[in-house]
Design a protein around this ligand. Structure first.
Ligand code: BGC
Length: 406
């Protein structure tokens, strides 16, 4: 059966600055230098204790046991190769693209904006438009300028003010973008950086974590007003990481709804990033990705349904998996789209799907080994190779429809 998507649906992929650009100088790049050795040693220790890394991961470069795996360095050199990468996306029939602007490039020193870097992003947007792709621009995808981090980062009570100043400058300068995503997954950041203590600045404190969330809420609200004033046509939202909690309603409220309720009056659309399903007891027979994450496409149906009450257009701004052998990706995409189609049929206003990610990229504290890309990157030569699943996805993008067996 052929399942048609609504007219004008956005078919795309997403990236973020720190994960693909290369040569960024921010709080993450500093942290990588200090922690790469430890992360490689920990992976080696886990292996000695019995963790089995498959050969297809260990024979890739770089692999989890190597220190260079954990240094973003040149990343995918997308900063210099964005045109070539957009040519690929266009050849795959994408009609939109999500990327992030790197705050540390735009404002490397407090209050001093780098016009050359702003011009760079102007070129990036122009390149997308020339190829018929609608830009969705994220303003903050977890990395911070060094000066901001030194001031206490998102714990500083003035953090929302600093962020709004940057948002004001960049959205005014790029006043021909229509879709703005202020923040990427605020609660994942707050949790990993301030509660679990696994990401910079590695704090383990619930109060700090909650304070960071409060500041991120304020930062969004403040910049929403500014961006709207600059141009009332601007469409503004966040990318929200929602999890399908099958039978844990209490957690569902805090994780999926709290932040969105706080910004209810300050958003024109909802960006949904969907990766996870949780239930008690755990499902032991699950199919997993290279990261060990369960693949559970039905979950996207439930989280989308949960967003219906906000009465806003929804864009799936991320959904993807690490799959170095490209064995599961094509089905993964198709299945998530099948459930998305079903929910659209039930009146949920979903308007786009952005696969994570266009390219293999730097996966934060896991480094380069997880391969999320529609396009494979050879990190020695920087050569790009289109994966088969990308071609399968391209057919869907082109047809605005999937063929479903059900
Ligand atoms: C993030 C991406 C990340 C992806 C896969 C999302 O939570 O926004 O930056 O690479 O998940 O882990």
């Amino acid at each position: 059966m052929r399942l048609e998507f609504p007219k004008g649906f956005y078919w795309a992929a997403a990236t973020s600055s720190h994960q693909v650009e290369g040569n960024n100088h921010n709080d993450w790049s500093e942290w990588e230098k200090k922690n790469a050795k430890r992360l490689a040693e920990e992976a080696t220790l886990r292996r000695a204790q019995g963790k089995k890394w498959p050969d297809y991961i260990l024979k890739n470069y770089p692999n989890p046991l190597q220190e260079e795996n954990y240094i973003s360095g040149r990343a995918c050199d997308h900063y210099n190769r964005f045109r070539e990468d957009f040519d690929i996306a266009k050849s795959l029939s994408h009609n939109a693209h999500r990327f992030s602007v790197e705050w540390s490039r735009i404002e490397p020193e407090e209050g001093k904006f780098d016009e050359k870097e702003i011009e760079h992003y102007r070129e990036v947007i122009k390149a997308l438009r020339e190829r018929g792709m609608e830009p969705f621009v994220t303003l903050w995808h977890w990395t911070n300028p060094i000066w901001f981090a030194k001031k206490g980062g998102w714990l500083n009570k003035d953090a929302p003010k600093y962020f709004e100043r940057y948002a004001n400058k960049i959205t005014r300068s790029l006043n021909f973008v229509r879709f703005w995503i202020t923040l990427n997954e605020p609660e994942i950041y707050a949790n990993n950086s301030y509660f679990k203590g696994v990401w910079p600045p590695q704090k383990k404190n619930l109060i700090s974590c909650l304070r960071v969330i409060r500041n991120l809420i304020k930062a969004h609200q403040k910049s929403y007003k500014t961006i709207k004033e600059i141009n009332p046509n601007n469409q503004i939202g966040i990318s929200k990481h929602n999890i399908y909690f099958e039978n844990i309603p209490f957690v569902n409220y805090f994780w999926n709804e709290y932040f969105l309720n706080k910004i209810k009056k300050h958003q024109d659309f909802i960006g949904l990033n969907y990766y996870f399903h949780r239930r008690f007891p755990k499902n032991e027979n699950k199919i997993i990705s290279d990261m060990g994450w369960e693949i559970y496409p039905e979950g996207i149906y439930h989280v989308l349904k949960g967003l219906k009450k906000y009465n806003k257009p929804i864009y799936i701004t991320e959904n993807g998996l690490a799959d170095a052998r490209d064995e599961k990706r094509a089905d993964f995409i198709k299945e998530h789209l099948r459930w998305t189609h079903k929910v659209i049929g039930e009146g949920v206003d979903v308007r786009g799907y952005f696969y994570w990610s266009l390219l293999d990229n730097f996966e934060w504290d896991s480094g380069f080994w997880p391969r999320f890309g529609l396009v494979e990157v050879d990190y020695k030569t920087m050569a790009r190779k289109i994966r088969n699943s990308a071609l399968e996805y391209a057919k869907i993008c082109k047809e605005n429809a999937i063929d479903s067996d059900l």
